[in-house]
Design a protein around this ligand. Structure first.
Ligand code: AKB
Length: 315
């Protein structure tokens, strides 16, 4: 049985991943950590510790205390926040990652951390972006993600740490809201559609980005961690995606269920610039071939589920 330490457990991915992994591996075998305690189920339903990921000593101490054999490192600033405070992003995103990789090396742990479509830049091929291609991102978040991908590869080749990772697209869920990302509009739109029947998009018409529904993202993490190591040629930074759409396409899908729904635009230049530098759609073939990645939800199926779940949540 795995014993897993998760950083950033109260974030958008962590909140659901911790719960799912506790169901699979046992509540006591998933140690949730975060910089704050929000009193949620993640905190109450199993071991929880306060951890600032820039504190290398505390991270090592907690991993030793619980004798973990796996580290899932999720704590990071997302793209829009990172762009507002690039130095903080460098220190937190890279400092946290190095500390987590060092802990994994010292304690011989398996390791997972997500990269992102943000690891690509304006000179990357925009459509069906290949697994191995030009990566010259123009955001601090992208610089962090490319550096992180390389660092994870390095820890595998140099020290034999079993590092694994995916490049996540925008993640959509009804449980925990994202914060500070460029793709967050695709979550907000569902909340606003139900609350007010209207949404003002900060991303402009025609701007396509890859997206994925959270259940597929959680399965991807667990399946990659469980995959046969011998079959992995890439290990880190696998392209994965479930759908690609522009704001008007998700709005049209919502309108099928909420006919009075209206969308308008008030483009935020900062987030639009980031979105414009990212691919329209990425090619997940390597992930499909090397560890059987498959997404269950497309835009249509996700929209039915999101609206259904949010209607209950927002009652
Ligand atoms: C963001 O928008 O920053 C994230 C991401 C795609 O990495 N959701």
């Amino acid at each position: 049985m795995k014993k897993i330490l998760v950083t950033g457990s109260l974030g958008q991915i962590g909140t659901e991943l911790v719960t799912k992994m506790r169901g699979i591996y046992g509540a006591d075998n998933v140690i949730a950590t975060d910089i704050r305690d929000n009193g949620s189920d993640v905190v109450k339903a199993g071991p929880f510790e306060i951890l600032d990921v820039t504190d290398a000593g505390k991270m090592h101490e907690l991993a030793s205390k619980y004798k973990v054999d796996t580290i899932v490192h999720l704590a990071a600033l997302l793209s829009a926040t990172a762009e507002k405070n690039p130095l903080l992003a460098w220190n937190l995103n890279m400092g946290g990652l190095v500390n987590a990789l060092e802990t994994a090396r010292e304690l011989k742990c398996q390791f997972f951390t997500p990269s992102s479509i943000g690891a690509f830049g304006p000179t990357t091929p925009k459509d069906q972006t290949p697994q191995d291609t030009i990566q010259r991102p123009t955001t601090m978040y992208g610089v962090n993600k490319v550096s992180g991908e390389l660092l994870c590869d390095y820890y595998f080749y140099k020290f034999g740490v079993d590092t694994r990772g995916v490049r996540f697209p925008g993640l959509i869920s009804y449980v925990a809201e994202p914060g500070g990302g460029t793709t967050d509009y695709a979550v907000e739109i569902y909340y606003e559609a139900i609350r007010n029947g209207r949404y003002t998009s900060y991303i402009g018409e025609g701007t396509k980005m890859d997206m994925m529904y959270m259940p597929d993202a959680l399965n991807a993490i667990i399946n990659l961690m469980e995959a046969d190591s011998a079959k992995l040629k890439h290990r880190n930074a696998f392209n994965i995606t479930a759908m690609s759409f522009a704001p008007e396409e998700i709005a049209a899908e919502i309108k099928k269920h909420i006919p009075h729904f209206e969308m308008s635009y008030d483009v935020d230049p900062a987030r639009q610039t980031i979105a414009d530098s990212w691919p329209n759609s990425i090619d997940p073939t390597a992930a499909m071939e090397e560890w059987g990645f498959k997404a269950e939800y497309d835009l249509e199926k996700m929209t039915v589920d999101m609206l259904d779940k949010l209607k209950t949540k927002l009652k």
